[in-house]
Write a protein that binds this ligand. Structure first.
Ligand SMILES: Nc1ncnc2c1ncn2[C@@H]1O[C@H](COP(=O)(O)OP(=O)(O)OP(=O)(O)O)[C@@H](O)[C@H]1O
Ligand SMILES: [Mg+2]
Length: 325
């Protein structure tokens, strides 16, 4: 297979806070191939957004990548100066967020905001940029694109705002779009339309998508591969049909039992007992150990990553060979 577009290996990110050091990411592994749609799932606080922001070189203040690697098209991003990361951001890797209203500046028209990004990465004559902006709004299937260029964000509905954000994100031809819960704040019909649009953009523009979501139904519909995070670590990753239909890690199994599925109305959901460990006091061995029903003595050690199927790995001693530590 070709070289992946993105490879994240054993990424660790810490925040220094007044309460102490918070271990936000504690061993994230992830691969994204060109044109692929990869889901990133896990309970709240497990590190999905921090993984996306690390990829973009936008770790919030107080946070620091302490070890691990992120390569984009074979180039290491960790440790690169802001000038290098800023040039990649927008032009090659872009992000859309949960709340499109806060991603847009209320003081400028949609056209002006697309213009700001274009001028930064691919400056051109005003008329040409306007034509390109119209094409972009058409690409995200906004009606009457020439008129929408001159509107302010408050004049658009939530779904239209998210479409405008996607247009901005892709305005410089990004090859990877990080979508962080892109439909959580939208109503159900608009959610489905935005997911359809993202799927079509992957097909027509070949853009790879990292789909950050807590909704496993979205992963089943949209993604080819999925990585399951827990307490800042990748516990399982593989093709969606294998991970969702035959999950290996007890955490993935528990997450599926706790999630509603399409077409399963009436079946009761089973919440996962216990709570995610705090990043202030990370668990020494398997992070899921304290909540797991299969815990063994050796779970006090961190479990290594094991191959459990084609391109399918998990970190759990249940799948270790007798000689493995
Ligand atoms: N500014 C910060 N200061 C300290 N710790 C932080 C900060 N931002 C994030 N964290 C830590 O990083 C962890 C991961 O946060 P992240 O936002 O990536 O979670 P998430 O999986 O995106 O959750 P959600 O589903 O709620 O969006 C959190 O549990 C928190 O402990
Ligand atoms: Mg998040």
């Amino acid at each position: 297979m070709d070289q992946p577009l993105v490879t994240i290996r054993d990424l660790r990110l810490q925040f220094r806070t007044y309460a102490g050091v918070v271990q936000a990411l504690n061993g994230v592994d992830l691969q994204i191939y060109a044109g692929d749609v990869v889901g990133l799932v896990g309970e709240t606080g497990c590190g999905k957004s921090m993984t996306g922001l690390s990829l973009l070189g936008l770790v919030p203040k107080g946070g620091e990548i302490v070890s691990g690697s992120i390569t984009f098209k074979g180039e290491e991003l960790v440790g690169k100066p802001e000038s290098y990361l800023g040039a990649i951001r927008g032009a090659q890797i872009a992000m859309i967020f949960q709340n499109p209203a806060t991603s847009l500046n209320p003081l400028f028209t949609i056209g002006e905001q697309i213009g700001f990004i274009m001028r930064k990465h691919q400056p051109a004559r005003k008329a040409e940029m306007r034509n390109r902006a119209v094409d972009l709004l058409r690409m995200v299937e906004l009606p009457d694109p020439a008129r929408i260029l001159d509107t302010y964000p408050h004049e658009l509905s939530g779904g239209m705002k998210q479409r405008a954000c996607i247009a901005m994100a892709l305005s410089c031809g990004a090859e990877l779009l990080i979508a962080d819960e892109p439909t959580t704040d939208l109503d159900v019909t608009v959610q489905a339309q935005i997911l359809d649009l993202l799927r079509r953009l992957r097909e027509t523009q070949g853009v790879a998508i990292l789909m950050i979501t807590h909704d496993l139904a979205v992963v089943a519909e949209m993604c080819r591969r999925v990585a399951v995070l827990y307490a800042g670590r990748t516990l399982e990753s593989g093709p969606v049909d294998q991970v969702l239909l035959a999950p290996k890690h007890p955490y993935t199994q528990a997450l599926l039992k706790a999630s509603p599925r399409r077409g399963s109305r009436g079946t009761s959901l089973q919440p996962i007992p216990g709570a995610v460990p705090s990043g202030l006091n990370p668990v020494q061995g398997c992070a899921f150990g304290p909540r797991c029903t299969h815990t063994m003595q050796r779970c006090e050690q961190p479990p290594p990553r094991m191959t459990v199927g084609h391109n399918h790995t998990t970190s759990c001693f249940l799948y270790a060979e007798p000689g493995d530590r």
